[in-house]
Design a protein around this ligand. Structure first.
Ligand code: NAD
Ligand code: LMR
Length: 334
């Protein structure tokens, strides 16, 4: 298939398949929302042993949808089986935060999951494997997984900031009255956390620069987008699920099928030093995709306000890297 890059059926592994996001994600993948109507899907569900029964129930429901594209569903609690020959891995399985927790509180609890999964991906996945880490703290978990997969290019490990990107688009649309479809060139910089920097300084509405009050940007827009995860937990009693699943679909679709001409999106990718972000950190950047590869949008002007916001989030990523290195979660570092 020339559009997606996949010419045969594609094996897609979803970890945490019996969780909230899994329940919102699997049915959309199986319906073809990720790679279009022409690509047959083989689903692999990875869960912990105590959730295998629930995963079996989801597989029964997937059966009951009679999705024409869904060739098979395999359930396992063994990462080496779940990632065997897989081309797309969505690493969702991990503990979500609850009220009062910051994402950093999850470092130790969840960091331990991503090393073994990175190793299993390294040893068993297909050569074209692409990994999207959704489980929090997503950026640092992606770095941990990549560090355990030395034979897989680090660029194949992404962290999801597409939900933040979509939140930012919706807030801007709501404030300006312009439809989401008329907006372009939004950027999320940094960590998928409260320090992230949603940047609309380059944003366009029907091709023209966005004109909004800086006061609104600083007092409303940035705090609303960066605090949205906590606001959802507060309102729903559990963390975002359907919107997170939707963002995962958007991320993988754009990665494989390319971004729209004249626009870009946001993704957590391994830094090579662009915009002063230290190499090796998994940081959200403005990115375009073609041929299944992301490129950082080059040469954007960064004013003093943007610089300090980007630096603030990068400082948190450096702290997270130091914390997981101290926990022994990054091979070769202590
Ligand atoms: P959930 O608790 O409903 O589900 C998590 C599932 O993962 C559970 O079924 C659990 O059994 C499973 N799991 C735990 N350890 C596992 C392992 N080692 N292997 C396989 N499965 C395992 O949680 P959820 O609401 O689906 O959220 C999952 C993660 O996604 C959380 O870390 C949450 O914070 C994060 N999240 C990220 C974003 C984002 O934008 N990046 C958005 C929303 C949620
Ligand atoms: C979100 O952004 O909704 C998720 O990362 C969940 C959370 O803990 O905020």
């Amino acid at each position: 298939n020339g559009t997606t890059g996949y010419c045969h059926s594609v094996k897609i592994t979803v970890t945490g398949a019996a969780g909230q996001i899994g329940y919102a994600l699997l049915f959309r993948i199986a319906s073809g929302a990720m790679f279009g109507p022409d690509v047959p899907i083989e689903l692999r569900l990875l869960e912990v042993p105590q959730a295998m029964r629930a995963a079996e129930g989801i597989a029964m429901e997937l059966d009951d949808c009679a999705f024409p594209q869904l060739k098979s569903v395999d359930i396992s609690d063994d990462p080496t089986r779940a990632f065997d020959g897989t081309s797309v891995a969505l690493l969702v399985g991990s503990r979500p935060r609850t009220a009062g927790m910051e994402r950093g509180d999850l470092l130790a609890a969840n960091g331990g999951i991503f090393g073994p999964q990175g190793r299993a991906i390294n040893d068993t996945a297909a050569a074209d494997i692409r990994v999207l880490v959704v489980g929090n703290p997503a950026n640092t978990n992606a770095m941990i997984a990549a560090a355990h997969a030395p034979d897989v290019p680090a660029a194949r490990f992404n962290a999801m900031t597409r939900l933040d990107h979509n939140r930012a688009l919706s807030q801007l649309a709501r404030h300006t009255g312009a439809p989401v479809s008329s907006l372009a060139r939004m950027t999320i910089w940094g960590n998928h956390s409260a320090t992230q920097y949603p940047d609309l300084s380059q944003a366009l509405i029907t091709g023209d620069p966005v004109k909004v009050e800086q006061g609104w940007v600083e007092r409303e827009f940035i705090p609303t987008v960066a605090g949205r995860g906590a606001a959802i937990i507060d309102a729903r009693g559990s963390s975002s699920a359907a919107s997170a699943a939707n963002a995962a679909i958007d991320h993988m679709r754009d990665w494989m099928r390319g971004t729209k001409a004249g626009d870009w999106t946001s993704a957590g990718i391994v830094s090579h030093g662009s915009y002063g972000v230290p190499a090796g950190l998994v940081c959200s950047f403005p990115v375009t995709s073609s041929g299944g590869n992301w490129q950082v949008v080059p040469d954007l002007p960064i004013n003093a306000f943007s610089r300090s916001r980007i630096d603030g989030s990068v400082a948190e990523l450096l702290d997270e890297r130091a914390a997981v290195a101290a926990l022994g979660l990054l091979p070769g570092q202590a």
